[in-house]
Design a protein around this ligand. Structure first.
Ligand code: SF4
Length: 447
């Protein structure tokens, strides 16, 4: 029988979605308009809490591996102007809701939310609290660039009730950092961690990446060990997605310096080994958490969810997105704001809902989303039970090669991805994706 690594490599170069939504973003279209979003907002159930996502589309410097919607600038004026527009968008969207909605989660992402000055962040959180009923136990989370943390920001986050922070760490290896234009030594990360913990921001996540130029198994292991010195509650481990066609700044990364598929896989396996040996629980495709962390507890209780921020305990009935390119999710479907900051600002300041595209969900979409989300979260899905829940006939994708190679087992109507083949969970989920053939070029490789 072929070795596990050989089997994974057979499937590793397939370009696949990360399934943070279904249908995935490349399938969104302009047929969903601002008018649709306004109707969907007005129909939200005021008794059910919602979540908010706010996207800050600026960074001080561009990391060459970046796949986010952001722009590098050293000028503060555009960031200030953006903050004004974000205030206007909060007012606009809140005015379209049937009531002052309860909010159970607020997530600040980007780009770099740390680019917002303390006074601006406070003003924006105050505005959210004025327009929404942000509950006392709401989870407020923020993505942090450790290079730009300051005591004033930490104090601001504490006062605003931020409880979780996700730090972009990526790698501690200086040669790799130089090749991706992101120099941050362990002292910078240590300084950010100390400031956040001293301010009571207790839940810390570290983002790590493999597959970057000059990364090796040894320096990946060393980076994990260095990261573990800080005892983060969670880690997210991503494979670098090299798509210079879509992200032109990635052309600054020399392809000759990138590890090949076999080396990428060895790095992913080595990182998983280090984290599991240290007692972290593997969650889904790429997350790890301490056993007593709420993410691991939700995973154990099969209450985990997946959204645009990755794996989450958030079970709100809708997520409203703010800022350029932000994606929202409501019972009727997905909506995405226009990605260009200038156009987003123009529309918001004109009082227009700045939707560019979206996807209205069919019953079949909801059904397949349920199967795909369950597989992505728990590596298994009882297809007949989900089928009964939705009142639809179960899809019967061809899983024969996965079954023959031991990647998947079928037990009655449950499809289960073998633990050894966790890196291929996207491949198995993709078998249930009715849209995939049309959209593969826009995704990253599976491993
Ligand atoms: S800090 Fe994050 S969002 Fe900004 S350029 Fe670097 S990777 Fe991209």
């Amino acid at each position: 029988m072929a070795k596990r690594e050989d089997i994974i490599l057979k499937y590793a170069d397939k370009r696949l979605p990360r399934y943070t939504s279904y249908p995935t973003a490349p399938n969104f279209s302009p047929s969903v308009t601002a008018a649709d979003y306004e109707t969907w907002l007005a129909a939200l159930n005021p008794d059910e809490p919602i979540s908010l996502y706010l996207h800050v589309p600026f960074c001080r410097d561009m990391c060459w591996y970046c796949g986010c919607n952001t722009k590098a600038t050293r000028r503060t004026e555009p960031v200030e102007q953006f903050a004004d527009s974000l205030l206007a968008e909060i007012d606009l969207i809140a005015s379209l809701l049937p009531a002052q909605m309860k909010v159970s989660h607020v997530h600040w992402g980007g780009g770099s939310p740390t680019y917002l000055a303390p006074t601006r962040f406070t003003q924006l959180m105050d505005r959210l609290r004025a327009r929404f009923d942000v509950t006392k136990d709401a989870e407020i989370a923020i993505e942090i660039d450790p290079r730009h943390m300051t005591p004033a920001l930490a104090e601001t986050y504490r006062a605003a009730g931020v409880a979780r922070a996700s730090l972009g760490v990526q790698t501690f290896e200086p040669r790799v950092q130089a090749a991706i234009n992101r120099l941050q030594d362990a002292e910078m990360v240590s300084g950010a961690v100390d400031l956040l913990r001293a301010a009571g921001v207790a839940g810390l996540n570290f983002d790590l990446i493999y597959g970057l130029p000059f990364q090796t198994v040894d320096n990946c292991r060393a980076s994990v060990r260095e990261a573990l010195r800080f005892s983060p509650d969670r880690l997210s481990v991503f494979g670098y997605a090299h798509v210079p066609h879509f992200k032109p700044h990635q052309k600054l990364i020399r392809e000759a310096d990138l590890p090949d598929a076999s080396a990428r896989l060895a790095q992913a396996i080595a990182i998983a080994e280090e984290l599991e040996t240290a007692g972290y629980v593997s969650i889904g495709l790429d997350h790890y958490a301490k056993a007593d962390d709420s993410l691991a507890v939700a995973h154990a209780r099969k209450r985990l969810h997946r959204n645009f921020q990755g794996y989450t305990t958030d079970n709100a009935s809708a997520i409203l997105g703010f800022g350029p390119s932000a994606i929202g999710w409501l019972p009727q479907g997905y909506v995405q704001n226009t990605p260009a900051t200038a156009e987003w600002e123009r529309r918001v300041l004109a009082g227009e809902t700045p939707i560019a595209r979206g996807c209205a969900l069919t019953a079949q979409d909801r059904f397949r989303r349920d199967i795909i989300e369950t597989l992505m979260c728990h590596l298994e899905a009882d297809v007949a039970a989900i089928s009964a829940k939705h009142g639809l006939a179960a899809p019967e994708p061809d899983l024969s090669s996965f079954l023959n190679e031991g990647i998947v087992a079928k037990e009655n109507s449950t499809v289960r991805v073998h633990e050894d083949y966790r890196p291929l969970v996207r491949n198995v989920a993709a078998a249930f994706d009715a849209y995939l053939p049309a959209s593969t070029a826009k995704h990253s490789v599976a491993v």
